[in-house]
Design a protein around this ligand. Structure first.
Ligand code: TRP
Length: 435
């Protein structure tokens, strides 16, 4: 049970609410959503299972696990690259994740102080833009978020948090469901549903396809080894397939609810779905500002969002800290502080992308977009591909059969999906992005 809570705590985060909705909006809606769902099922599920299988076999962190399994199977030690690129991914992702976590913190305060009460879309948009335009303020909140994460990781109190996931995650789902109900009263709910679920396949580009796969990896916390690390704590009796199903369904439900809550507001106020990373921060506050009890609901929402962001951020910092601790004379606390300072510093470059460094530096992307794009579209899928290929092709069949504990048909299905469907899927997505 603790395991499911930890895995869900890592999976459900800003990726489901902030990133999912802005990606859907930017990528034109339904085609992206359906491609994302397809990637979750055909690529995400097998990669998740592969990471857990490897973790439970290896009984250690991703680097040592891959080293051990490669050695036992007589394979090259180059497989530890999977562990190493995972650490790099965690490092890069947390730097910009913390900036958005900071926005969520900032919005707790703005909501309780009544900033959004009775405000129209324009005023709410201006409030967001003035936040973006103040590097000092962004830095303050980014720092505050990082300090919270460090405080939790350094003391190793993650156990207590898992208990909180048990109550706070359902609360988040209920609140999102309430917002969906509000969306139904706006008169734009049908339009939102069509936007999210009725695809125009003609408009799909390679860009949309690879963005959908990136979102699937990001939202399920795949391709970074964190699920592998959790797998090493997995009890022998835990059924991998049904557990993976639970985590994936929960994660997907949160994302879809978020979308169904946000897009009616977008259409009601004539906003652009392609607004970008600010989408939830310029839509939800309008709703909170205009419904009775909105201040309380808004406060609860941003508290829950921040909590979900924290549990994900912890899962990003942990592996980096462990890496530093294993290779340095530092204690746990100092390893945490050292890792966090480097990540925090990179985060400063990310937050300046919204103001003073608001220009492309490479491939037409600013620092923030570069960090996000490079990790979710390349690093995570490549690392995940490595994990699923190793588990499906290089781990001995008997181990896999024991781990999955599925019977002949199930094992056969795994063989087809993990050996062919998922790896070929990733390759097709990569190829389509370059055509
Ligand atoms: N999945 C988290 C979210 O949706 C973010 C996250 C946590 C993550 N750990 C990860 C993403 C590891 C990729 C890899 O907010």
């Amino acid at each position: 049970m603790v395991f499911i809570l930890a895995a869900t705590g890592s999976a459900v985060g800003l990726g489901n609410i902030w990133r999912f909705s802005y990606m859907v909006g930017e990528s034109g809606g339904a085609a992206f959503v359906l491609l994302y769902l397809g990637c979750v099922l055909l690529i995400g599920m097998p990669v998740l299972l592969a990471e857990w299988i490897l973790g439970r076999r290896g009984q250690s962190n991703p680097i040592n696990t891959m080293a051990k399994l490669a050695r036992e199977g007589g394979r090259t030690q180059a497989w530890i690259l999977i562990g190493l690129s995972g650490i790099l991914a965690a490092f890069l992702i947390l730097s910009f994740y913390s900036v958005i976590g900071g926005w969520s913190l900032a919005y707790i305060l703005s909501t309780v102080t009544g900033t959004f009460t009775d405000q129209d879309a324009e005023a709410v948009g201006e409030h967001f833009n003035s936040l973006l335009g103040s590097p000092g303020v962004l830095l303050l909140w980014h720092t505050a978020f990082m300090v919270l994460v460090v405080g939790i990781v350094a003391r190793g109190v993650t156990k207590g948090l898992e208990a909180a996931v048990r109550t706070l995650m359902p609360a988040l789902v209920i609140l999102l469901a309430l917002l969906v109900v509000y969306g139904m009263t706006t008169g734009h709910f049908g339009e939102a549903l069509r936007f999210m679920f009725s695809p125009d396949w003609g408009a799909v580009t390679g860009e949309v396809v690879i963005a959908a796969m990136g979102q699937a990896f990001f939202t399920l916390s795949l391709g970074m080894g964190i699920m592998m690390a959790y797998g090493s704590y997995l009890g022998r009796d835990v059924k991998l397939v049904s557990t993976a199903g639970t985590v994936i369904v929960l994660d997907t439900v949160v994302a879809l609810l978020a979308g169904m809550a946000i897009f009616p507001i977008v259409f009601l106020h004539g906003l652009s779905p392609g607004e970008g990373p600010g989408l939830i921060f310029v839509t939800l506050p309008i709703a909170f500002g205009n419904i009775t009890g909105g201040v309380i609901l808004g406060l609860i929402f941003f508290l829950l969002l921040t909590f979900a962001a924290l549990t994900s951020a912890i899962s990003l910092l942990e592996p980096v800290v462990e890496f530093v601790q294993e290779r340095s004379p530092f204690s746990r606390v100092w390893s945490t502080v050292a890792a966090a300072i480097c990540i925090w510093a990179l985060g400063i470059a990310a937050l300046m992308s919204f103001n003073v460094w608001d220009f492309p530096i490479l491939f037409g992307l600013n620092v923030f977009d570069l960090l996000d794009t490079f990790t979710s579209r390349f690093l995570l899928p490549l690392t995940g591909l490595g994990a699923v290929v190793f588990a499906a092709w290089f781990l001995d069949r008997e181990s896999v059969r024991q781990e999955l504990a599925m019977g002949t048909t199930g094992t056969m299905l795994w063989n087809v999906v993990a050996r062919f469907v998922a790896p070929i899927g990733v390759v097709i997505v990569f190829v389509s992005a370059f055509l």
